[in-house]
Each structure stands twice: as C-alpha cells, then as structure tokens.
Write a protein that binds this ligand. Sequence first.
Ligand code: PLP
Length: 361
Amino acid sequence: MKTYPIPLIPGPTRVPKSVLEAYLTDYGSGDLEPEYSDLYAETQSQLQHIFQTKNQFAIMTGEGMAGLWGAMKSCIVPGDKVLSVASGIFGYGFSEMAAGLGARVKTVGFEYDCIADSDTVEAAIKEFQPKMITAVHCETPSGTLNPIGEIGELVKKYQVPLFYVDAVASAGGTPLATDAWGIDLCLGGSQKCLSAAPDMALVSVSNRAWEIIEKIDYRGYDALKPWRSALANSWFPYTPSWHSTASLSIACGLIIAEGLAAAIARHERVAAYCRQRIESMGLSIFPRQESSSAPTVTVIQVPHGQDWDTLNTKFRKLGLAVGGAFGPLAGKVFRIGHMGSQAEMELVTEGLDVIEQSIAG
Ligand SMILES: *Cc1c(COP(=O)(O)O)cnc(C)c1O
C-alpha cells in the first residue's frame, strides 16, 4: 500500500498537507532569484532555533545520508583518528564509514539495548586521543537516546577537535543543545521529527569545524566547504531545490508555532503512554532501562512464539504501518515511530489498539 490510515513508521513520517503543498508552486531558479536566498536564510534561522545553535547550516538537497557522508568526507583524511561511540546500527555504521575513508577507528561499543556509558568513553578518549568523536543521539533502530551532553563534556575536557553527532531522529522531538553540548557537526534530516519529505539533509557546522573543512578542501557533490559562503554570495554548489527548502521551512514553522518546548513535551507524553500501553499488553520494551528510551520511537520485542512477518501482515490489514527491523535486530523487534506529526495521542492510541487486537488472536 502507498498510504496507511495509521502511519507509525519511524521515518519517513506523515507529511502535513501544508508542508506538501509547497511543492505545487512553480518556483523560478534558486540560483538567480534573491527570494531563494531570503528563504534559505529564514530556514537556517528556524533550524538554528530547533537545534539550539548559532552555527551556520549546510542545507543540502538529498536525504540524511548525503549529509552524513558529506560531513565525514569533509573533515577526515586517511590516517586520522576517529573514536566512534556506538550503541546501535547507526553508531556502528559511523565506524565503518570512517574506516572506509582510511581513518584509524576505535569503536567504543555497547549492546544495542543500552546507551553509551561516559566512563567507558572517557577511558577510550584518554587512551586513543582522537581527532573526531562520532555519536548518534537517537538510535532509531533500537529506540534509545544517548547522553550526548555527557559525551560533549568529555570533548571539552580532553580538547577533542571535532564532535560529530547524528541527530536525525531527535531534532525537533527531544531537547538538543547543539552549542551547549559542544557539537561541531550536527546532522539532521527532513523526514523524521520535522515531518517533511525525505529530500533534505542539514548539517550545522561550528567555526572550528569550518577551519578543518577549509584545510582538508574535500571536493565532491556532498562537500560541505562551498556551503560556508553559499548564502553570503548567493552562490550555491548546485541548483537548490526551492520546493524542498520551502517545504522544510513550512515544516519548521509548524514546530516553532507550536513552541519547541511544547513539541518536545508532546513527544514525551505520547512516548510514555506508548510504553505503558505496550507493557500492559504483556509485551516487552527493547531498551533494557526505561531511562534509555527515546521519546521519538518505541522499540518492542516480537513476542515469543510469534513470527514478525505474520504479525506485520495482521497490522497492515488493519491499516497500521509500523517499522520492522534490520541488521542484527531483524525479526526480533518492531518499532513504533511517534515522531513529528505522528506524535499524536489519538493516532498512537489507534495504532496501539490494532497491536493489542493483533497479538490477542
Ligand atoms: C533515518 C536516519 C538517518 C537517515 O537514514 P535513512 O535510513 O536513509 O533515512 C540517519 N541517522 C539516523 C539515526 C536515522 O534515524
């Protein structure tokens, strides 16, 4: 099915009509018209509010992965030391990505149902003295939220040059203090809590990261360097998608109109309700400790004796789409994405009713 009446996939999330409607305008050339630069500037300031940063953004066409690779390639050359804090699929993915670029990688690994422990991370920093630390805020595949603020303290204490955080599934749905936590490269995507289409990658870049980016001078479609002066010169590295930028800006505007704190509180309320309902059905939450749970996605163990594909078919027949799992978690867990437009009590209640009915018979 293309569309489900109860969409609870942990991204891409349901796109509100006003956000979709931005694509219907027949925009001119973003390269030529000053109004595009005005829109870019406005979108950047909206993102600065949501990410709590004064840093400049690269607002790139492409899905989150475009920014994920672009930021890494722009900052890392073969032989650089990267400490990867990994507690899930995206965290371990960072290790592979850096190793693929020829970096010397040390992975501080944790179980998938846990979050990072800062004492272990501290010991690794002391021993390895990395150029960059990577971490994932919300590990979407396992439903956990890592203590990025604590790792940020260690980045400051040991003067690690670069702190790169994937906040794709947390920005706009959880507290994210990019500047206070000392995040140099903070990655966001359009299709999770921001609830726009999957076509924009956002990276906030600190001044010290820009210095490194200038020196490394990586050239490529996904390079960050041209974005440093793009707005000032109204000269973008490629034809910008005016449609996507306009849509993203409307999406950010919805969060800001609601109030960032109110949006975060809505996610927390819905997540707490979701966990409580799941437990009262006799199902088990995947993260080992409730305090590790992300407020944007709830990951649940497939009940003993039940087969995920069969269960998923039942859900879908009743109009509910949830996320399955991949990698080492495939067939073991499923995921309710209550992020962005999907963090609505009524919608999540309908989804939980379907789950309750399906596991019963
Ligand atoms: C969604 C997501 C991304 C972007 O990856 P896709 O799976 O291609 O959408 C990156 N990091 C995290 C943590 C995500 O949840």
